[in-house]
Design a protein around this ligand. Structure first.
Ligand code: PLP
Length: 407
């Protein structure tokens, strides 16, 4: 052990360096190893802390500003994203997204993927109505078009954007961006870059390592992984941005409950196993769906002829476990599949241990460029043969829709 004290912001807490992400998910954010001490952090339920006089930086004093129950999760996620500072946990993914978008100055412009998570794009448009922030929507897979928009093409006065928002793969269209090229090009134009890393998880890609300024997560999804909490997180390597995001969280009160954060850390411990299994399942189902007679189109970055395949293979570890499926029969055909499954859960959200599916255009906020018949499948960790049997029977049944499924 080195005698030098750990810097206060270290996310590695005395762990050997160069541990793999699968190991960090298990080992990071543990309490100090003391004889008789617990291996898991406790949940501390206290809204306030004993304090008087001036509060030194880092000392707990009131739970909206920070609690010790957040820190282990923040440390573990920071270790996984290899960030300089620990993550900042928020009350939801949207709270983290709102914090990141608050870095755009009034009158600034955000360039966003047209198929980014639809509540994030709605929020950016809402900011526009309230604070003169303008938005430009792009096809995030088209690097040249994205960078032209960042530099000012099509913007009033041709002014460069303040922020490039990246989601890759996108929700729900699964477009894959060239994140390193976008970060470099956007920085050259003077824009901040924020990446929503929910779909890829830090096991799939670590955008801070490519120079992104901010990474956000819907912890609700893969990181927590059990569809039992709503949580978010933001990360940055920049001390000034870290202070601004932290300040936003405290001022807006966009905070998480301690029990939820504890549950998220418990879920995070199995992230590597869950992601590995669900990705293997998704790859197998995507392969089989391509040849299914009741299927019009399949999108999954792991399919060799998928438009995002080469880029994902070059820059990501794994292809994720979301599959885009367009059954025959249009929106009605897709609805009939959702109605006919028995094992798959008809529900929104994704990244849980259970497989789920939904037709995205059922939400009026979904862009009309998302096909009406697109089902977003979130593949879980069940036995792949059971998933296939249920889905393929539902696809066949939906072709002759009307009768409830009997077999
Ligand atoms: C679900 C989701 C969000 C929103 O997160 P919440 O935790 O639901 O607030 C943001 N981005 C992506 C990609 C998501 O899938």
């Amino acid at each position: 052990m080195s005698a030098a004290p750990e810097p206060a912001s270290s996310t590695h807490h005395g762990l050997p360096s160069a541990l793999s992400p699968a190991t960090l998910a298990v080992a990071a954010g543990r309490p100090p190893r003391v004889q008789g001490g617990p291996v898991n952090p406790p949940v501390v339920l206290s809204s306030t802390y004993v304090s008087q006089g001036e509060v030194p930086p880092g000392q707990l004093f009131y739970a909206r500003a920070g609690t010790e129950t957040w820190h282990p999760f923040e440390e573990a996620l920071g270790a996984l994203e290899r960030s300089v500072h620990p993550a900042l946990v928020f009350g939801s993914g949207m709270a983290a997204i709102a914090a990141a978008m608050s870095l755009v100055p009034p009158g600034g412009r955000i360039v966003l993927p047209r198929h980014a998570y639809n509540v994030a794009t709605s929020y950016a448009q809402d900011l526009g109505r309230r604070s003169q922030v303008t938005t430009t929507f792009v096809d995030v897979a088209d690097t040249e078009a994205v960078l032209a928009a960042v530099r000012g093409k099509g913007a009033p006065g041709g002014t460069p954007a303040s922020m490039l928002w990246i989601e890759s793969p996108t929700n729900p269209m699964l477009e894959v961006a060239d994140v390193p090229a976008l970060v470099a090009g956007a920085h050259a134009a003077g824009a901040l870059v924020a990446v929503d890393n929910t779909f890829a998880t830090p096991l799939g890609q670590r955008p801070l390592g490519w120079g992104a300024d901010v990474v956000v997560h819907s912890v609700t999804k893969y990181l927590a992984g059990h569809s039992d909490v709503v949580l978010g997180a933001a990360l940055t390597d920049d001390p000034e941005l870290h202070a601004r995001l932290h300040g936003y969280r405290t001022l807006h009160g966009a905070i998480a409950g301690p029990t939820e954060v504890w549950l998220a850390l418990r879920g995070l411990r199995t992230l590597a196993l869950r992601v590995e299994r669900s990705q293997t399942n998704a790859a197998e189902l995507a392969r089989r769906l391509v040849d299914h007679p009741a299927v019009a189109a399949v999108r999954h970055p792991g399919l060799p002829d998928d438009p995002g395949h080469a880029r994902a293979a070059a820059s990501m570890d794994g292809f994720g476990s979301i599959v885009g499926l367009r059954p025959l029969g249009g929106a009605a055909g897709a609805d009939a599949v959702v109605a006919a499954v028995r094992l798959w859960v008809p529900a929104t959200s994704l990244g849980g241990v259970e497989s789920s599916l939904e037709r995205r255009r059922r939400f009026p906020g979904e862009p009309t460029s998302v096909p009406e018949d697109l089902l977003r499948l979130s593949v879980g960790i069940e036995d792949v043969e059971d998933l296939w049997a249920d889905l393929s029977a539902a696809l066949v049944h939906a072709q002759g829709a009307g009768e409830p499924r009997t077999s």
